[in-house]
Write a protein that binds this ligand. Structure first.
Ligand SMILES: O=C(O)[C@H](CS(=O)(=O)O)OP(=O)(O)O
Ligand SMILES: [Mg+2]
Length: 249
């Protein structure tokens, strides 16, 4: 298994993602929110890059969600807080979503063979699904405004740990270092270093501080939970649908 970790959207080139399995990570908050909506029964989720694309898909059958500058977009039904996407609000619905970083990262990965959505909330299920696809795996950290974000890097570290474990590779072996490259190795060790105080780390990193200041502290705490949602959704034809990962491989 070959695993690569890309630090931000800026460093991801669509052409380089061809024939690969890509996991898009945006812990705060896009992928955590998408997973929560799908776990809550949202039937179809369409991630789009721009507000005008989202509005062009608006209909009586759809709901619009997302943010700009962390805040709900005027005229939208939801912001980007996972806690808004309750089963009562989203069950059976089609949701169109646009966010500053996460939906842009998904679009960047459009040429990949498989695009999965990853976060702490579904790390185990996501790693199992990615491993089962038996291809080179690229973890794309969405980051913020084209710059690396620690919360995405720590989640990449957890996913690297899980992927190595699934392939029977000791994370401390020279083989692991070769499999994941220097940046992946750095994220793996960063994750292992702070795994017992993830919530604290997420609250203290730039994205967590920003969200806390805007009144979204509870979102950050929620997004720091590991394996709360056993879902491994895959983007197909530009859409996400709930997909439960098999635990048997
Ligand atoms: O809403 C979020 O958490 C962020 C907003 S910002 O980039 O911090 O302004 O968007 P996301 O696309 O989920 O990173
Ligand atoms: Mg983010």
């Amino acid at each position: 298994m070959n695993i690569q970790v890309i630090a931000s959207i800026n460093e991801a080139r669509s052409d380089d993602l061809q024939h690969k399995t890509v996991i898009v990570i945006d812990v705060l908050r896009a992928t955590s929110t998408m997973l929560t909506a799908l776990a809550g029964g949202c039937r179809t989720l369409v991630p789009v890059e721009t507000v005008s694309q989202a509005k062009s898909l608006q209909s009586p059958e759809t709901l619009l969600g997302g943010e700009r500058s962390c805040k709900k977009i005027p005229g939208f039904d939801f912001g980007n807080s996972p806690l808004e996407y309750t089963p009562e609000a989203v069950s059976g619905k089609t949701l169109i979503m646009t966010t500053t970083n996460g939906t842009r990262a998904i679009h960047k990965a459009r040429k990949a063979d498989h695009v999965l959505i990853g976060a702490f909330l579904n790390a185990g299920a996501c790693a199992r699904k990615a491993a089962s696809l038996d291809q080179e795996i690229v973890l794309v950290c969405s980051g913020a405004q084209d710059v690396f974000s620690l919360e995405d890097g720590l989640c990449a570290g957890l996913l690297v740990h899980e992927l190595l474990r699934l392939s029977g590779c000791d994370p401390d072996s020279p083989a692991a270092a070769q499999t994941v490259g220097d940046f992946g190795l750095a994220m793996l060790h960063a994750y292992r270093q702070v795994q017992d105080r993830l919530t604290e780390m997420l609250l203290s990193c730039a994205g967590g501080r920003r969200l806390t200041k805007l009144g979204f502290r509870e979102d950050v705490t929620y997004c720091s939970q590991i394996d709360l949602l056993p879902l491994a959704p895959v983007v197909r034809a530009g859409k996400l649908e709930p997909e439960h990962a098999s635990a048997s491989f």
